[in-house]
Design a protein around this ligand. Structure first.
Ligand code: PLP
Length: 341
């Protein structure tokens, strides 16, 4: 048996008995598949309850659920931008956002990772009918975070909107696990559209978008990847309602934060930096060093994936450690001990 430091199940919810009970209950009384697009016959009251719960908890006027994050982002950017518009994206944003930007037909302009000075200069010299700034919240390979406040200031200055994909921040960042925007005091901002997924800390599958009510209502009519795709199984809506209730109880988020702090302290003792998120990159440089380290860890009982180019830049091959509330503290300690210097 191996301890799993590779999945994005940051709160251990994918195996949680309460979520599996909720799914079983839904299955005892309802169908497995939704049978159709939500816009035809595939809707279920539980999705509406989930959307209302998400909007309220996250601090936005409205929410809309879709299939996976990949599907949502591909549809969202197509709905948001078109020819004559410009999408500005951090160089390290998730592939789904790049694919969505490409399909939109808008011009795609990338700025260096987290470099808001460069973004400001690009905004100043790029004329466009519409400007959309796209960023991850917590970045998936480095565990570092976007400056949401700084991005919104630029959005106001240059009449843009910000699309913040916080797939790795939800359930992780801030005392209540409400994510990066909430902890920056920016949730519900009129120029902010936030994306979250159910597949990571919430332990399920699917995704959602949050924003002003008029925006979300308009999106309902334009999100091709929801309109022309079968709605996810309704048992997921029931399970995700349970997941949100558990996150709101606070104990799981607290446990994750305890593990992040423990990791930070032990990493510092080894002279290594650590992030404030569940994602801890342990950069080793050459591909072979990362692969060999992953093999050694596996022999000691830890599954930690080695991430290599082209997923990360040349010469920065690394172990990508995902911490979870479900890891016993002693196991986190043993892992750091086993990590190469
Ligand atoms: C995982 C991820 C996605 C894709 O979500 P899925 O539900 O797995 O398709 C989108 N954006 C970011 C930033 C992600 O980390």
């Amino acid at each position: 048996m191996l301890w799993d430091f590779g999945s994005n199940d940051y709160l251990g919810l994918s195996w949680h008995p309460a979520l599996r009970e909720a799914a079983k209950g839904a299955l005892a009384e309802g169908p497995l598949g939704s049978g159709a697009s939500r816009y035809v016959a595939g809707d279920d009251p539980a999705w509406h309850a989930l959307e209302a719960e998400l909007a309220g908890w996250k601090g936005y006027e409205a929410a809309l659920v879709a299939g996976s994050g990949m599907l949502l982002n591909i549809g969202l950017l197509q709905a948001l931008a078109a020819r004559h518009d410009v999408i500005f994206a951090d160089r390290l944003v998730h592939a789904s956002l790049i694919d969505g930007a490409r399909l939109s037909g808008a011009r795609l302009v990338r700025y260096r990772h987290l470099r808001l000075d460069e973004l400001a200069a690009l905004l100043a010299r790029t004329p466009a009918r519409r400007r959309v700034i796209v960023t991850d919240g917590v970045f998936s390979m480095d565990g570092d975070c976007a400056d949401v406040g700084g991005l919104l200031t630029l959005a106001e200055e240059y009449d843009a909107i910000v699309v913040l994909d916080d797939a790795h921040g939800l359930g992780v960042i801030g005392p209540g696990g409400r994510g990066l925007a909430a902890s920056a005091g920016a949730a519900g901002h009129a120029r902010l559209v936030e994306i979250g997924t159910f597949g990571k800390a919430l332990g399920g599958y699917g995704a959602f978008v949050l924003g002003p009510k008029a925006f979300i209502e308009g999106l309902r009519q334009r999100l091709r990847t929801a309109i022309y795709s079968t709605m996810p199984p309704p048992l997921l809506a029931h399970a995700m309602l349970r997941a949100l209730a558990l996150v709101q109880e606070g104990a799981l988020v607290h446990a994750l934060h305890e593990r992040i702090r423990t990791f930070q302290q032990l990493a510092a003792a080894k002279g290594r930096p650590a992030t404030d998120t569940a994602i801890q990159p342990w950069v080793l440089g050459e591909d072979e060093a990362a692969l060999a380290a992953a093999r050694r860890l596996e022999a000691q009982g830890f599954f930690v994936p080695a991430i290599r180019p082209p997923t990360v830049p040349e010469g920065t091959a690394r172990l990508r450690i995902s911490l979870s509330a479900a890891h016993p503290l002693e196991v986190v300690q043993a892992l750091v001990e086993a990590l190469p210097a």
